[in-house]
Design a protein around this ligand. Structure first.
Ligand code: NAD
Ligand code: DAU
Length: 379
């Protein structure tokens, strides 16, 4: 183990997706707590924002934005060549399940094709490195627990759980995990993988459950709870995820994956009620915020329950989350109350006004086709 977030000799770090929620937290950590030069490769999509990075004094000297889409193989290869990295942290991905239901193509392009292009470029870079840097080099692929599918009332996902992805998003992430492992086994690329549960915290684009609920409640609008509200997620505060992934990236065993979870299993109803209770304290003029909770039609293919057994990363690398769900949620609610202007700005820039996403069903196609057949028959 090493004292700071990076071992000695790791001077140049390439972070993909560093303009997003988790990647941004990684970049900020590296700028604040290591001397590394940080290369931030990001296509600057709808969920990207650099405010939290650019406000750091360290960013002026040690943060270089590379506005590149991983779907562009040539631009990706050039960026990887220029970054000349000792460590690659691959977070860039389309990340919202609901959007993957509405438009799966972007998920195939970014998460599968993009990872393929990155692996090709990184492998070429790694093969050209002098021996000492080659031995130190690591490629860390940041993935999700959703690749394992959906749990019943009991059990937890671990590193040996078979893959069973069920949404276009999770299928695209599963494919990218397989590509990364294949590049390790076939070409010897030194890789580490992590599969993490639901993150929350400051600077999260307000389309995911926790920021959506807080903003809807503050606006006095209906708080949408999908289905019966009993689906369960394992919530992890984003800074705890950053601890885990830097530890795995630098101390993890090559070719190994580590499951990361928050010991924070809650049903969606419990999460929403906890947020409403906090807002009742902090914004009593809107109380009781719970009156806004509204059951809405379920997400198609909605995974019922996720839970993580993170014993491997705890036993082998000594990681454990520092924030309880209650502590993390309190910090997040407070942060959102203080950053409502930022939320309004990023939502406006993304052209997203908080409307329901992920309602499209492929069943609409056969129905439309059937109506056509019916009308022809009548004719
Ligand atoms: P995010 O949507 O906030 O950010 C993703 C970033 O990646 C964005 O800035 C986007 O522009 C960039 N990106 C997407 N496609 C790209 C492409 N083709 N080329 C270059 N950049 C591209 O996502 P996040 O929540 O920060 O998630 C980051 C990673 O962590 C993802 O790989 C996700 O699958 C994984 N993950 C997320 C969670 C979670 O709860 N948010 C949990 C486990 C794992
Ligand atoms: O498990 C890790 C995954 O967690 C990550 O890989 C994904 O990138 C991340 O988006 C997240 O996926 P989820 O689909 O679990 O997150 P989301 O915040 O979209 O939804 C959490 C739960 O809340 C889910 O059961 C759906 C439900 N939900 C969501 C929204 C946006 C609602 O009930 N109402 C809502 O408005």
């Amino acid at each position: 183990m090493h004292a700071g977030p990076l071992p000695e000799g790791v001077q140049r770090v390439l972070v993909t997706g560093g303009a997003g929620f988790i990647g941004g937290a990684v970049v900020r950590r590296l700028l604040k707590h290591s001397p590394a030069q940080v290369f931030n490769l990001d296509k600057l999509g709808y969920a990207s924002d650099l405010t939290s990075i650019e406000q750091l004094p360290q960013a002026a000297e040690r943060h270089l934005l590379m506005p590149v889409d991983l779907a562009d193989a040539a631009a990706t290869a050039e960026a990887v060549r220029l970054a000349d990295a000792d460590l690659v942290l691959h977070l860039a991905a389309e990340s919202h399940v609901d959007r993957s239901i509405d438009g799966p193509a972007a998920f195939i392009d970014s998460n599968i094709l993009g990872t393929f292009h990155l692996l090709q470029a990184v492998c070429a870079h790694w093969e050209r490195l002098p021996q000492e840097r080659q031995q130190r080099f690591r490629f860390h692929h940041i993935s999700t627990d959703e690749v394992f599918g959906s749990l019943g009332a009991s059990g937890r996902f671990s590193e040996s759980t078979p893959y069973d992805p069920r949404s276009p998003y999770s299928a695209s992430k599963a494919a990218s995990d397989h590509l990364v492992r294949a590049w390790h086994h076939t070409y010897g690329l030194p890789v580490v993988l992590t599969n993490c549960s639901n993150n929350y915290g400051p600077w999260q684009f307000p389309e995911k459950l926790i920021p959506v609920v807080i903003l809807k409640a503050l606006a006095g609008q209906p708080i949408p709870l999908y289905g019966d509200g009993a689906n369960v997620r394992d919530w992890l505060y984003v800074d705890d995820h950053v601890d885990a992934l830097l530890l795995a990236a630098t101390c993890g065993a090559l070719g190994q994956s580590y499951c990361v979870g928050g010991h924070g299993e809650r049903s969606n109803r419990q999460v929403v009620e906890a947020i409403c209770a906090q807002l009742d304290q902090l914004q009593p003029q809107g109380a009781p915020h719970g009156r806004l909770i509204t059951l809405v039609p379920d997400r198609p293919g909605h995974d019922r329950r996720y839970a993580i057994d993170s014993s491997r990363i705890t036993v082998e690398l000594g990681w454990r989350p520092k924030h309880s769900f209650e502590q993390g949620l309190e910090a997040t609610v407070q942060w959102l109350l203080e950053h409502q202007n930022w939320c309004a700005r990023v939502l406006m820039q993304a052209g997203y006004a908080g409307e329901r996403l992920g309602q499209r069903s492929c069943l609409a196609l056969p129905t439309a086709a059937w109506k056509l057949v019916e009308s022809r028959l009548r004719f």
